[in-house]
Design a binder for this molecule. Structure first.
Ligand code: PDD
Length: 289
């Protein structure tokens, strides 16, 4: 079980992995990142993750000089060096090392900095899936997409951290964020879904969310299998009246939420549709390897 980094073309153990103190990701959160994972020892849909990384980078105008094949080769080399059974992979790209600690990008070096981090994959335990998570609808709003679009997977997660701390203050494990219109957006590192009147609903891109890879694949699977999945605006009342709630992310797949603001969701245990979707998704994900 080891952690390995790929920095400046070198594979390094954690003790030797360093980024310059003038790195703009460190100084300003001026960077983007992706989290990928392996399934059965193989990288899961790196094409989708690298496409999102490129999109995030281009939205904040960071150049991406490396082709996908080069990035993937570096990722695979790092996975191999770490030698874990299943891997968590984080690819971090910053606007590079600045000449001055000044926000103006003219002071950035011409080349971005790229760091790849590989560690053992840690998923929720079977007990955690069986119990489900507790969530709290926080007062902190999700970043407005007109200000700092959550569709950009930037390295600045302060909004998410503030929401998470607020949820923790209420004894909950996960924060659920509303937007300025009072509609549901997402959780700090997951997308969110509700089941209501037999429909399986998740907020639309306009709500201000990261377009999660897992979310996209679950929508695709649902449509292919004729399930009643849809992107829909979800207000506070609809959220609190949900029969079931669950989260999706690369590091969770489908995780039930069984407590909302201290009260049970439905029966207070993972709901039947959530459980059905989770088993369908496991098969679907394997079919995509
Ligand atoms: N987080 N929303 C946010 C804000 C996220 O950070 C993530 C992913 C998701 C789910 O996206 P995906 O299905 O592509 O993982 C939604 C990763 C796992 C992380 O930052 O650790």
């Amino acid at each position: 079980m080891t952690v390995m980094f790929h920095i400046d073309g070198r594979i390094l153990p954690e003790e030797e992995a360093r980024v310059p103190a003038m790195d703009r990701g460190f100084l300003f959160g001026d960077g983007v990142y992706e989290v990928l994972r392996t399934r059965k020892g193989r990288l899961f849909r790196p094409d989708l993750h690298l496409a999102r990384l490129r999109k995030s980078a281009s939205r904040i105008r960071i150049p991406m000089p490396w082709p996908d094949e080069e990035l993937l080769a570096r990722v695979r080399e790092t996975i191999e060096a770490a030698g874990n059974e299943e891997s968590y992979v984080r690819v971090i790209l910053t606007r590079g090392t600045g000449r001055l600690p000044n926000i103006d990008p003219v002071h950035a070096a011409p080349d971005p900095n790229l760091v790849i981090l590989v560690r053992p994959l840690e998923l929720p335990t079977p007990e955690e899936y069986a119990r489900g998570a507790s969530a709290w609808v926080v007062e902190t709003l999700r970043n407005d997409r007109r200000a700092m679009d959550p569709a950009i997977k930037s390295g600045n997660y302060l909004n998410n951290i503030l929401g998470l701390m607020e949820a923790r203050d209420h004894g909950a494990e996960v924060a659920l964020f509303l937007n300025a219109e009072g509609c549901l957006t997402e959780a700090p590192t997951s997308n969110v879904w509700i089941v209501r009147g037999g429909e399986i609903l998740t907020p639309p891109p306009e709500a201000g969310i990261l377009l999660g890879i897992t979310r996209g694949l679950l929508l695709e699977m649902g449509r292919k299998q004729g399930l009643p999945v849809a992107e829909r605006r979800i207000d506070r009342t609809q959220l609190f009246g949900a029969d079931e709630i669950f989260l999706t992310s690369t590091l969770k797949d489908i995780l039930p939420v069984t407590i909302l603001n201290g009260r049970p969701v439905g029966e207070g245990s993972p709901g039947p549709l959530t459980r059905d979707l989770a088993s369908r998704f496991a098969l679907f994900a394997d079919s995509l390897l």
